[in-house]
Design a protein around this ligand. Sequence first.
Ligand SMILES: C[S@@+](CC[C@H](N)C(=O)[O-])C[C@H]1O[C@@H](n2cnc3c(N)ncnc32)[C@H](O)[C@@H]1O
Length: 305
Amino acid sequence: MEKNNFSLTALGTAFMRGYHTRNDDSLIFCDPLAYGLLTEKERSLISEHLMDRLKSVDAGGAALCPDEASALRRALQLYTGASTVLSRARYADEALRKAIGQGIEQYVILGAGMDTFAFRCPKALKKVKVFEVDHPATQAFKRNRIAELDWKVPPQLHFVPLDFTQSSLEEIEARSPYDPTAPTFFSWLGVTYYLSRDTVLDTLAAVARISPAGSMVVFDYLQPSLPGSVKAAERLKVIADSLKALGEPLLTGLDPASLGDDLEGVGLRLLEDLGPAHIQGRYFEGRKDGYRASEHIHFALAAVE
Ligand SMILES: C[S@@+](CC[C@H](N)C(=O)[O-])C[C@H]1O[C@@H](n2cnc3c(N)ncnc32)[C@H](O)[C@@H]1O
């Protein structure tokens, strides 16, 4: 991410959750507030960007679409990470609900972007304090938007601006009422891609340092190389090129074969590594639209040892 710019991908992922909630029949993830965080102008710029992309990667498919609405649907379902954005949000939400049932007291949303959990789940706030940790520029953008919209910030929600490449998560304790002795659930969605491998592992090590044993972290990651799959490599290149153009290039992937060891090295125990086939089976089976698991993406759940 460029130093002083807020994250455009955070707006893009909010658009995907909002579009899906409003327009699709069978919901993978329901986020009725996401669209509201974007202005009409932002929504139409994102739609135009996605339709332009469809024309460049699938001119034939674009020509078959009778109108803009169907072109946008085709672009979103087939040529963006929308399927990943929706299914990882669902995966994290399921793990979080379970963890709340088991007595988790804090929820830390790392790289929160336009996440709306604290605004749409008031009941959960009776059980957990929420900490949104994000790049200072993205968080400032979001807080301004919340103020413009006159949304009331619940007292259980705390904002911590932090650049993962510059500061460690210990800052959360210094700058908020975060309690390092309380069992905590961390989500880190759509972020590992944009950081160096060292920063990814340092941040996960900090999760283990600042929370007690049994705390959990969920994150998604890219498996960059899929042996023998030329088509998959081409599809990944389309996504990588478009992220680079947005100023948020893909920097890091992880190897599922060594993920357990990598996590063990930073004080975490891998509980689950959900690969594409399992994500497909769990969240997309039987769908008749174009949403489907990405062949490159995994969801991981780990516990602090
Ligand atoms: C693709 S968005 C994901 C947002 C949200 N988690 C979601 O799933 O929609 C990437 C997020 O990572 C954050 N991010 C990227 N680089 C960062 C850094 N160096 N420090 C802190 N946050 C960073 C961005 O500000 C943005 O909120």
